[in-house]
Design a protein around this ligand. Structure first.
Ligand SMILES: [Zn+2]
Ligand SMILES: [Zn+2]
Length: 348
């Protein structure tokens, strides 16, 4: 099969032939129809993820068709249209037993712990625990983002964030996950303040229903106060959808009393833990929450909203490229992450 392979961290990847994957007993091999390009892929390529060993094939936001199934797989057959959460759970640890597969103690992540979906085929583990059916009416490009940015945003806003109608929700960082969060919060009846340094990102956020926008480049120390002013005292719920010390602290500073901060953006461990204004956490009784993907069994309410057209992940897709163009696009994520989402179609 053809795959995007990098042999060294930070050095432009190649596209070459590698052996086809074979399914494990409880796994499947999926023919990749669409796979999203994510900032996490860029972090992996740069060497920021300790799980990655070289040579490596990135890619974790995928949708496609089951090509082959392992002998112990019960629920899936070749030809099934599927997607998968970026956290693939083991199905047997204490977290899995509690229904918290998104924090599985023995998780695998395609494109990180093993070769990913910037390829014609990808192997996925524990298919009966992790695969999610993609209905016919959803395109693969639309479904590709569900496993990472969209499901992550859904759990952050609805699950961990417990958004309520009429609440103010601040979203710091309007890339793929941030714009997804804007769309989801608006669909839940919240009033959204979008925060980003990019005019294009804020324009998209406004198009997805944000009630107010804050240009973060005018607030180099963080846009917390600007959000508190706009919302008449602070947001009820605030997300750091980027993952940086500035946006993390700004998100916490955005909150009113008893507000909820959800950390969604991954903070690279190499930079150390960010300074969080904990005095506000005690004084205002704030909640600090994390959100890490979403378990496959939690997908149905999100899928219902997507099928009904209430949520439109397809609107986040701003470009579609072939596998051959993926190495350059991956490298460009660091300097020009852009607004919206790029989808790679390996079959074309
Ligand atoms: Zn991702
Ligand atoms: Zn587990």
């Amino acid at each position: 099969m053809r795959a995007v392979v990098f042999e060294e961290f930070g050095k432009i990847a190649g596209v070459r032939d590698v052996p086809d994957p074979v399914p494990s007993d409880q796994g499947v091999v999926v023919r990749v129809e669409a796979t999203g390009l994510c900032r996490s892929d860029w972090h992996g390529w740069m060497g920021h993820d300790p799980d990655i060993t070289l040579p490596h094939v990135p890619g974790h936001e995928l949708a496609g068709v089951v090509e082959a199934v392992g002998s112990a797989v019960v629920n899936w057959r070749p030809g099934d249209r599927v997607t998968v959460p970026f956290v693939c759970a083991c199905g047997r640890c204490s977290a899995c037993a509690a229904g918290a597969q998104q924090v599985c103690e023995r998780q695998t992540q395609p494109g990180f712990t093993h070769w990913g979906s910037f390829a014609q085929y990808v192997a996925l583990e524990q298919a009966d625990v992790n695969l999610v059916a993609v209905p016919e009416e959803l395109s693969f490009a639309m479904a590709a983002g569900l496993g990472c940015r969209f499901a992550t945003a859904f759990r952050a806003v609805v699950g961990q964030g417990r958004v309520g109608p009429g609440e103010w929700v601040a979203v710091h960082g309007c890339g793929g996950v941030g714009l997804s969060a804007v769309m989801i919060a608006v669909a839940c009846g919240a009033r959204v303040v979008a925060v980003d340094v990019s005019a294009r990102a804020l324009e998209l956020a406004r198009a997805f229903g944000a009630a107010a926008c804050v240009d973060a480049s005018a607030h180099p120390g963080g846009a917390g106060e600007a959000v508190r002013e706009l919302t008449g005292g602070g947001a009820h719920l605030s997300l750091d959808a980027l993952g940086s010390p500035v946006t993390c602290a700004a998100s916490v500073r955005s909150l009113r009393w008893q507000g909820r901060h959800v950390q969604v953006g991954l903070l690279p461990t190499a930079a150390g833990d960010p300074a969080v204004p904990m005095s506000r956490v005690t004084g205002l009784e704030l909640e600090i929450l994390g959100s890490h993907g979403m378990a496959a069994h939690d997908y149905p309410p999100m899928m219902d909203m997507v099928r009904a057209g209430v949520l439109r992940p397809d609107l986040l897709v701003t470009s579609t490229i072939a596998l051959e163009a993926a190495p350059a696009a991956l490298a460009a994520m660091g300097t020009a992450p852009g607004a919206g989402v790029t989808i790679i179609e390996p079959a074309k």
